[in-house]
Design a protein around this ligand. Structure first.
Ligand SMILES: Nc1ncnc2c1ncn2[C@@H]1O[C@H](COP(=O)(O)OP(=O)(O)OP(=O)(O)O)[C@@H](O)[C@H]1O
Length: 252
């Protein structure tokens, strides 16, 4: 894991970065700059939250850095690889081999067991997951007693734990999580966020998470705040109060 990260000027390896990234939707008078010359490093082995008002460009930033959408100008890197130079097939392979995803809707396959769902990406890629690692992930997310259950036999929180384990199982260089607790009650949310936190602390995982929730964001090492397609703030070791306070200063 984390083999091809590149050092920043501060010496901290970055798992992903955007350089002068701009994304414009539409043209002429109707053009919207969803990202407006954004440059940011996502450091390896850290948990970063992306916050900002609705329409500020959070999803666009995540989707372009994850290679799910292209930029109008600028560059995005996963490790040392400039995604803007890759053709579709290479991009698909890179997403499959090096990136993990967790979505708000858990996106599990209903006919497969929890264990089969966890190992599905590796199976599709023709790989056998590292057994020791898989066991560690299963224990980290506390799923051992539920491995033979199908998604319909699991609570929402348990289903999202399966999705977290699925993302972790392939030892991706970086995991992108899009509102991963948006569909969960507060208890399940705090469980999932605790697992994500643990994965960063104990397993060295890199996670980037989009969220609207200051409590969810407070589990991160750093919160990056977007407004109108630009990065307007960055908060280290955030607390919910500190985040709320800084968001208030955005005047929204
Ligand atoms: N496919 C699209 N076509 C046109 N405009 C788009 C498209 N996708 C996003 N936008 C616009 O780009 C801007 C940023 O959208 P984005 O979804 O990245 O914001 P967001 O911060 O994730 O919002 P939310 O919190 O509501 O999900 C918005 O003004 C949005 O309307």
């Amino acid at each position: 894991m984390l083999t091809s990260t590149s050092p920043t000027t501060t010496g901290t390896p970055t798992a992903a970065r955007a350089v002068d990234a701009t994304k414009v939707y539409g043209s002429g008078e109707g053009a919207v700059a969803a990202l407006d010359h954004v440059s940011i490093d996502f450091e390896a082995g850290r948990f970063t939250a992306i916050m900002g008002p609705s329409g500020s460009g959070k999803s666009t930033l995540m989707h372009t850095v994850a290679g799910l959408d292209d930029l109008t100008s600028g560059q995005v890197f996963i490790g040392d690889i400039d995604l803007t130079t890759l053709k579709d097939r290479a991009l698909t392979a890179l997403r499959r081999d090096r990136i993990g995803f967790i979505f708000q809707a858990f996106n599990l396959v209903p006919t497969l067991t929890a264990l089969e769902n966890i190992t599905l990406p590796a199976s599709l890629a023709g790989r056998t997951p590292d057994t020791g690692w898989l066991q560690q992930v299963i224990d980290t997310v506390g799923l051992r007693p539920r491995l033979s259950h199908r998604p319909s036999e699991l609570s929402g929180g348990q289903q999202q734990r399966v999705a977290v384990a699925r993302a972790l199982a392939g030892q991706p260089e970086i995991i992108f999580a899009d509102e991963p607790t948006g569909n969960l009650d507060s208890r399940s949310s705090s469980e999932i966020l605790t697992f994500m936190r643990q994965a960063v602390r104990d397993l060295g995982q890199t996670i980037v998470m989009v969220t609207h929730d200051p409590v969810a964001a407070s589990y991160a090492d750093r919160v990056v705040v977007l407004a109108d397609g630009r990065i307007v703030d960055s908060i280290d070791d955030p607390t919910p109060d500190a985040i709320l306070d800084r968001m208030k200063h955005l005047g929204r």
